[in-house]
Ligand binder design. Structure first.
Ligand code: MLT
Length: 411
């Protein structure tokens, strides 16, 4: 008898975005009323920035010649990329991150799940509600979440985020060992201020907790003074891991590359009290289970830090922000309560008709041919909301807006 991981029985049978994609395949097969416009998963319409495509082609040329071929690379990532990240994303912003604290990955989603390998199975986890569903699902698989009772896992601490408080997470009343924070938050698009993050760093220090800070959307922050990195908060290097991605900044959703900062200051303990740095543990984990992101992807990522690359990232993120803002304006003018879009590609909108999230999702799909993500898929506090993305062409965004304006009359 092959015994399997029992924890899978505690998972919803399908991952949120897989479920949506199945519904959309059916819609396409049945030739729904209108050609589908996708505003559900945060995928990039492309193409890759020119500087990235050029660098990747050059990398392929190098790999095609015996004198410049490369086989296995360093599991932690090539130093040319780790150095440029340390310099441009951190040291130029007066944040003392060393390249040895940077680990190149094949994307934020993978690292967010894999980090569980270096943490105790007994740890109590806490997540924002609503939040990116992978945080909980990863921990269900690892056995940290407990059982699903009335739609909630009994070993997970849910940090309530409500509209009245701009979806800012409430500090837990009891001890949480691993805290997942995301800012700008996926799905609400809201951003935590310095003051708010300070409260969490303070909590983590007092309770010996670890913060896993997902900052995949930091490139969308435009409001001056909002923190882009948790390391802008004094003392965060002792308690926080930061996870970033090139998916939404460089169009890498298909290329796959990101990075994770594991500061050397964070110390964990074995059961017998022996201390170990999380940086050493993560390095040990990566050298065992990962052979590094592809050389071609890493060359592409490095190109995002050149003058041209930076300009292209700014242009691309500006366009998605503009789309999100237009969507926000249209929803607001139509009487919906809306969050996000200011410093984030996500628009988080509550329907004024008293429909549930899934009803709204279904109706907008059927009447407008636009797919959104039901807010309840991100947690109980997301009920009543839908999430839309600005990741589209201008034309598709305008088309979706004109369809919504007609479709709302039928809701
Ligand atoms: C989302 O739509 O929430 C994201 O695109 C999912 C992801 O980054 O994995």
């Amino acid at each position: 008898m092959i015994r399997v991981n029992d924890n899978f029985q505690e998972l919803p049978s399908v991952y949120l975005f897989t479920q949506i994609s199945r519904i959309l395949s059916k819609y396409k097969e049945e030739k729904g009323v209108l050609p589908l416009i996708r505003m559900d998963i945060g995928d990039i319409p492309g193409p890759l920035p020119k500087s990235v495509a050029r660098a990747m082609k050059e990398a392929v040329d190098q790999l095609s010649k015996p004198e410049s071929f490369k086989g296995y690379g360093p599991e932690q990532g090539y130093s040319f990329l780790r150095e440029v990240i340390a310099q441009k994303d951190y040291r130029e912003r007066n944040l003392p991150i060393d390249s040895s604290e940077i680990f190149i990955s094949d994307g934020a989603k993978c690292d967010l799940g894999n980090l569980g390998d270096i943490l105790s199975q007994d740890s109590v986890i806490g997540v924002m509600d609503p939040s990116y569903p992978a945080y909980i699902d990863d921990n269900v698989i690892d056995g940290r979440a407990g059982s699903l009772i009335d739609g909630r896992y009994n070993r997970v601490n849910y940090f309530k985020c409500v509209a009245e408080k701009n979806f800012s997470p409430e500090l837990p009343q009891s001890k949480v060992d691993i805290i997942y924070l995301c800012s700008p938050n996926n799905p609400t698009g809201t951003v935590m201020s310095h003051q708010e993050l300070e409260k969490w760093v303070d909590y983590a220090k007092k309770n010996n907790s670890l913060i896993i800070f997902d900052s995949a959307y930091e490139a969308y922050i435009r409001t001056p003074g909002l923190p882009k990195s948790i390391y802008e908060i004094a003392g965060a290097k002792e308690v926080a891991i930061e996870v970033r991605s090139f998916s939404k900044t460089g169009g890498f959703t298909g290329v796959r590359c990101g990075y994770t900062i594991v500061p050397k200051e964070i110390v964990g303990y074995y059961k017998d009290g022996t201390p170990v740095t999380l940086n050493a543990l993560w390095s040990r984990r990566q050298t065992t289970k990962f052979n590094g992101a592809s050389y071609v992807a890493q060359c592409g990522a490095a190109a995002l830090y050149t003058e041209n690359g930076r300009r292209e990232v700014k242009e691309m993120t500006d366009q998605y922000l503009e789309n999100a803002l237009e969507l926000r304006k249209m929803f607001e003018e139509s009487g919906w309560k809306v969050f996000g879009a200011m410093d984030s590609p996500y628009v988080w909108a509550e329907n004024p008709y008293g429909l549930s999230s899934t009803e709204t999702f279904q109706k907008l799909l059927e009447t407008c041919g636009v797919s959104t993500t039901p807010g309840s898929g991100f947690g109980r506090e997301g009920e009543g909301f839908i999430r839309l993305t600005g990741f589209n062409s201008r034309e598709n965004t305008q088309l979706a807006i004109s369809r919504f304006l007609k479709g709302f009359k039928e809701l």
